[in-house]
Write a protein that binds this ligand. Sequence first.
Ligand SMILES: [Zn+2]
Length: 283
Amino acid sequence: MKKQQTVQKKASVSGIALHSGVRCTVTVTPAEENTGIVFRRVDLPGQPLIHALASNVADVRRGTAIAENNGVVFTVEHIMSALNAWHIDNCIVDMDGMEPPILDGSALGFFDMIGEAGVQVQDAEAKTFTPTEILYVEDGGSKLVFVPGEEDLRISCTTEFAGCPFNPQFHEYTLDTDTYRKEIAGGRTFVDYKDLQQLFAMGLCKGGSLDAAAIIHDGAIICKEELRYDNEIVRHKILDLIGDIYLTGLRVTGTIIAIRPGHPRNVKLAGMVQKMFAEKMNK
Ligand SMILES: [Zn+2]
């Protein structure tokens, strides 16, 4: 039987948020059994709690945003990915702004913050779940297939990025705390130059810089350092999917086959799994 886990003590990370350009501090705090992952906006009156669940997703256009109790938190996917990788079931994530820092565009900073906080094993049984049937989400050229399986969460992912020299990219990964940092956490956010111009025009991406993302322009990748992996884009897609699927509030197992995944499809799949689990519990 796998037991629920929380963090041992508080730990924080600070930096500039990608879209708002505002400085934000994120702090992970221990939480009781069956709390789940709950964001807390400590900068707002009444410090609203926002449960990290697919049913609370408010926006998926530029990252995954969740809202509840008149509080909203944008771009939760990288911190959710790190929490999933550590198998943290219960945690209060304090934020003094609406969007966590982008850091270097990867999940390394969040993964290391949780490592610093340490993992505390609790008494209650962890909520593990695999779908009771194969699930599909399809939208244009994007497709997710979730095949049930009892052991681990395997992700088999392929993606293309317009104008990118390394196309298509493919990677397979089985979620595991010991390998996540080396194989997935370092994958950085990629932005298309054309999209970037649009984001600037919308007043977004104020915190964007080459410290926070790699930019693809006319078939070239512009970034501050060398690529961390030949297939860094698809590894980042897996990172995002590990974060979005954790909006089920469950440790899901099985194999997800992902073709050009993105937040709208990822969140839809998480919602289907969350609903399926709730129906099973109500029977
Ligand atoms: Zn991402």
